[in-house]
Every structure is written in structure tokens, then in C-alpha cells.
Design a protein around this ligand. Structure first.
Ligand code: ATP
Length: 572
């Protein structure tokens, strides 16, 4: 396929009025592509040349890209850099300045060149990247150049989520959007959309045969919430509860030689945990995939420190000093693979048995503390003990529950401490719009429109306006900076809203929000019509708590969860 045709599809997708229209446009383009180009297109339309977990970045800052554009145009560097700065959009400058071209670039050629740019590193790479990009731009039409520059500078942002791509692939190659779950399973096990695209073209059998692989992150299983011990006992019956540690969840892969550490968002964060990997290497020599909560401990007393301490280690170059000041202990709670054998289909009790056999003591490692609880009294006692021990509460686990990759379900239920007069848990919401501020907040945002995620419809449903909890710094600088790149003229097709804010955003930024209660509302679309006809759910007295950059928009609180929270907010 020509890159031109691909670019035309992207332009249509950007203008699409509904999610379904996006799916259809993408499916049509996928069908037109030669098979070997489908995986490439899947990566490109997410602005990448490799799955996210490979961490392959272009390493081209906007200024460098502007210099490459200057080179392609034969213009003065400083001038073009200035023009890009003024316009604030390098794509727009390319569209205006590049000359029309006859013929056109091949999609594969563009992909190969972009990949070469990403892979080039080391001394002199900056100049080589710039020259390669300039050559590509020189052969590109204005529209092609604009997309190429948006891709390399990380500004493509079509808001095409993974679910949309999977659905489009199902429609294109299995003839039916409803077959998405088959693709989802393969995706949950490999976290590689381009690989799933490759498989779906081989047919349903190939999809069914997918297994997890050491080195490729498994999309993590998540916990549902319930308000209290009674509801948990009712839902799970007698079960195993485990301490809920307050650190960073890590998935560690080991193939016998090499380690990989993946975050909740499946980013490769191996370099952030040399001490944890050292400990694992000292006690294990055979391949495995485990999950643990990485918690910072006090270097003197060994006591657990709160989550914020983990953030102190998130620097580019982790020094010995930081490692000593913020030592890590890994509380291991899952084993997904051991010595050639995937374990995720085993029930919890058997996985835990395998985990306990696999585990070997080390001062930087511990097994999550667990207990079998048979009634509310035992559960609350164990909960109190967990708080005493410095944990956030419990994760209650269904004894026969398999590890459901990429799913949030009731096989795990979290039990956290409630705060009097507040909902017992916070919500993680996606910012989809904003109203401009007045008075003290002039020039910034007055309030934000926040949404939950509805995975069945793959859309974002509004639940509240948030105006409080932000510091002056947030309002004046941080929010415009964080949200600016996602601003759009019109509502994003995956957002469902009855309100009309002053500005819209692509669903990207997740924030944690606390509130006093959940109420019915005719103005919000969260779970609209589920509890009551003509009514959605809304938050009363919402307050911003913190940014949740570790969560993707699809990992925000789901509309179904809010329904559960609504029903459970006044436990009898
Ligand atoms: P929260 O917002 O409550 O911090 P979350 O939204 O990040 O949690 P949840 O699915 O709600 O994630 O809660 C489960 C999380 O609890 C896991 O992702 C993991 O990081 C953490 N955790 C701590 N201890 C355990 C444990 N023993 N078993 C499973 N998960 C645990």
C-alpha cells in the first residue's frame, strides 16, 4: 500500500464521528494491505514501530525534527525551528511548506526508515537520525510529511485504543466484530498488537494456540472492589486473603539468562530494579514469570514505606546512593510460568502451592502473607492485622480462580480502609474535557470533565466535573502542560457526553479522585440507564487526589464498577 493511502485513512479516522466508524475505516484499510504490511500498519497507527514494551523510542525531540525539516526544505535551521515554535505544531508547518509530490512513498519503506531512526543510537546518532528523517521528508507529500513528523515526535495521538484495533482486525479478517474476544485473549497473553494482527491473518486456530512467552509481558489481572467484609464473604465464600502491599506492581520475567521487569502499563522498567533482580538471581536459576509488589523499605529498620517512596527511584540514572536510601523488597504473590510450563490456567490454590515451592528466602524477597478465612470475623481480624503491618488492606482471592490476563473480575477482590463520610475507595478517572477558568483561574481551567471507561462499548462515559483538590501550581502550570497536547476541537468519538465543555481532550490523562457519594444524574452518561432509566451516575463532592500516570485510560475505573460502588455505598 502506498503511505499516501494509509495517511488518508488516518485523516478520516481523525474526523470519524463515532467509534464504529473508526473500526470500519481501519478494517477497510487492513483488508487492502498486503499481509506483511498489516502488522507494520498496526504499529504505525499507534505512533510506534515496535510494541510498547520493547521501549524502542525514536529519540527525536521536536527541535531535532524541525532541523530535519529545514534540511529537507533547504531552508535555514533557525528559521524553521522558530516557525515550528510559533505554530506549536510541527505537522502543520510540514503541511504548509513541503511541496506536493508525484508518485509517493511505500508504507513499508516509511516503516523501515522510521525503525532505522529508532534503532540508531550511540555517538553521532543524532546527526544520522536527522539526515535520515530529512531524506524521508524530502520524498514525502505535505500530508505524508505531517504524519511522519507527528509519529517521530510522539504526537500522532489518534486516540485509537487497543480495543478499537482488535475489533477492526476481527472485522477485517474474521468478518465479524463480535469475534474480538478471540483476539483479546491473544493480546492479553502477548501484549503485542502487531503480533495479534499477524496471527489473525492465519485464522482462528492460530489465535487459539497462543501461549504466554517469557520476555513478552502478560497483561495483568486486576481486582474488583467491594465495600466491606460482608459483601466479600458473600461473593467469595471461604477464601484466601493476602496482604495488599502499597508499592509498584512488577511482573518479572527470567529466561535463564536475562531478566525483564514490566510495570502495570507494561513498560519495560528492568533498569529500575537492579537490586530486586540481584536478589532473584541469587536464589533462582531456572526460567520463570512472577508478579510482586515492589515496596521501598526503611534502610535502618526494614519497615515498609509508603508508595511515594518508589517514585524517588524513578530517575534516569539510578545511583548507588539512591539504591541505598530507598532499598526495595519484593513481595511475591503470583507465579505465571515456571520452567517451561505456563501456570495461569491453574486455580489459585495450585498456583500458590507452586509459588511457595518455588520461593526461596532472601532479605530482599518475601512471599505475600496469606490466610484462609471462613467468616466475616476472621476476615476483619486479618484486615486489621494487615493495616497494623503497614499494608493498605487485603486482596481476597477465590480459591478456584485462574489468572485472568488483562481482566478485572471478582476472582480477586480488594478490601481497603474506608474513610468516614467518604466513599471507601477512590476512583481513577479519565479527563475528557474542561471548562475555562474565571477570576483567579483565568487563563487556566476552572473545572475538568472526567469519565469512567466502559469496556463493553469501548467508550468513556462522563461521571463528574472536578474543580477542587488542585493546587495553584496544578491549575496554573501543570494541568495546561499535561492536557495541552491532548486538546481537540471536537468531542473524541470514544467519549459519550451530554455536557458540552469549553475544550475537549483525547482520553489520555488518568487522575485519582475521591468523593463523598455516588448519585443518580440526568447529566452524566456513566452507566446511563443501568440503575435507572434516563439517569447516569455522578459523584458528589469530588476532589482530585493525584495523577495516575501508571494507568492507561482503559485501566480507569469502569462504569460497571461504579454501579457496584453505587449499590454498595450504604451497606446494611
Ligand atoms: P489502587 O488504585 O487501589 O491502588 P490499583 O487500581 O492500582 O489499586 P487494583 O486492581 O485496584 O489496582 O488493586 C490490585 C493491586 O494491588 C495490584 O495491581 C497490585 O499492585 C496490588 N497488590 C498488593 N498486594 C497484592 C497481593 N497480595 N495480591 C495481588 N495484588 C496485590
Amino acid at each position: 500500500m502506498t503511505f499516501r493511502r494509509f495517511v488518508a485513512t488516518l485523516q478520516e479516522v481523525e474526523k470519524a464521528s463515532s467509534r464504529l466508524a473508526m473500526v470500519r475505516l481501519l478494517a477497510e484499510a487492513f483488508r487492502e494491505l498486503p499481509a506483511e504490511e498489516v502488522p507494520l500498519a498496526v504499529n504505525l497507527l499507534q505512533g510506534r514501530v515496535a510494541p510498547e514494551f520493547e521501549g524502542l523510542e525514536f529519540g527525536v525531540a521536536e527541535k531535532e525534527a524541525a532541523k530535519a525539516l529545514a534540511l529537507a526544505l533547504g531552508r535555514d535551521e533557525g528559521e524553521v525551528v522558530q516557525e515550528v515554535k510559533q505554530k506549536g505544531d510541527i505537522g502543520a508547518v510540514a503541511r504548509e511548506r513541503l511541496p506536493e509530490q508525484e508518485g509517493g512513498l511505500g508504507l513499508k519503506h516509511v516503516y523501515d526508515e522510521l525503525r532505522a531512526i529508532a534503532e540508531d543510537s550511540g555517538p553521532g546518532s543524532q546527526a544520522r537520525k536527522r539526515e535520515r528523517l530529512a531524506r524521508l521528508l524530502k520524498a514525502a507529500s505535505p500530508a505524508e510529511g505531517a504524519i511522519i513528523l507527528r509519529i517521530v515526535t510522539g504526537r500522532l495521538r489518534l486516540g485509537v485504543g487497543d480495543a478499537t484495533v482488535l475489533e477492526a482486525l476481527a472485522l477485517a479478517f474474521l468478518g465479524d466484530r463480535a469475534k474480538k474476544p478471540l483476539l483479546e485473549r491473544a493480546y492479553n497473553l502477548t501484549s503485542d498488537l502487531a503480533h495479534v494482527a499477524w496471527l489473525v491473518m492465519q485464522g482462528e486456530e492460530a489465535l487459539r494456540a497462543v501461549r504466554l512467552e517469557v520476555g513478552k509481558p502478560v497483561r495483568m489481572m486486576l481486582a474488583e472492589r467491594l465495600p466491606g467484609p460482608e459483601q466479600i464473604m458473600e461473593k467469595l465464600g471461604p477464601h484466601y486473603a493476602e496482604h495488599k502491599y502499597d508499592g509498584e506492581r512488577v511482573q518479572v520475567h527470567y529466561d535463564g539468562r536475562r531478566f525483564w521487569v514490566y510495570s502495570r502499563r507494561l513498560e519495560n522498567i528492568t533498569h529500575q530494579y537492579p537490586d530486586l533482580l540481584q536478589a532473584l538471581a541469587e536464589v533462582q536459576s531456572r526460567p520463570f514469570i512472577i508478579e510482586a509488589e515492589a515496596v521501598v523499605t526503611d534502610p535502618l529498620t526494614g519497615e515498609m514505606r509508603p508508595f511515594q517512596n518508589v517514585l524517588n527511584r524513578k530517575v534516569k540514572h539510578l545511583t548507588e546512593e539512591l539504591l541505598e536510601k530507598y532499598p526495595i523488597k519484593g513481595f511475591v504473590f503470583e507465579i505465571l510460568f515456571e520452567d517451561g510450563e505456563p501456570l495461569i490456567e491453574l486455580p489459585y490454590t495450585q498456583r500458590r502451592e507452586r509459588l511457595e515451592k518455588w520461593f526461596k528466602p532472601h532479605e530482599r524477597l518475601a512471599l505475600s502473607v496469606k490466610r484462609y478465612v471462613e467468616d466475616v470475623r476472621q476476615l476483619t481480624e486479618f484486615f486489621d492485622e494487615s493495616i497494623e503491618a503497614g499494608c493498605e488492606g487485603l486482596v481476597c482471592k477465590k480459591p478456584d480462580g485462574v489468572y485472568e490476563a488483562g481482566k478485572r473480575g471478582f476472582k480477586w477482590v480488594k478490601y481497603k480502609r474506608g474513610i468516614a463520610g467518604k466513599l471507601s475507595d477512590t476512583l481513577d478517572l479519565v479527563i475528557v474535557g474542561a471548562w475555562l477558568g474565571r477570576g483567579k483561574r483565568a487563563g487556566s481551567y476552572g473545572s475538568l470533565l472526567a469519565a469512567t471507561y466502559n469496556p463493553d462499548e469501548d467508550r468513556f462515559e462522563t461521571i463528574t466535573k472536578i474543580g477542587s483538590g488542585f493546587s495553584d501550581e496544578d491549575l496554573g502550570r501543570v494541568l495546561p502542560q499535561r492536557l495541552g497536547p491532548y486538546r481537540r476541537e471536537e468531542r473524541h468519538p470514544r467519549v459519550w457526553s451530554l455536557l458540552e465543555p469549553d475544550v475537549w481532550f483525547e482520553p489520555a490523562q488518568v487522575v485519582e479522585v475521591e468523593a463523598q457519594e455516588i448519585t443518580l444524574s440526568p447529566n452524566h452518561t456513566c452507566a446511563f440507564g443501568v440503575v435507572k432509566e434516563g439517569r447516569g451516575l455522578a459523584l458528589r463532592f469530588p476532589r482530585f487526589v493525584r495523577y495516575r500516570d501508571d494507568k492507561s485510560p482503559e485501566e480507569a475505573t469502569s462504569s460497571a464498577e461504579v454501579v457496584e460502588m453505587y449499590k454498595n455505598q450504604w451497606p446494611s
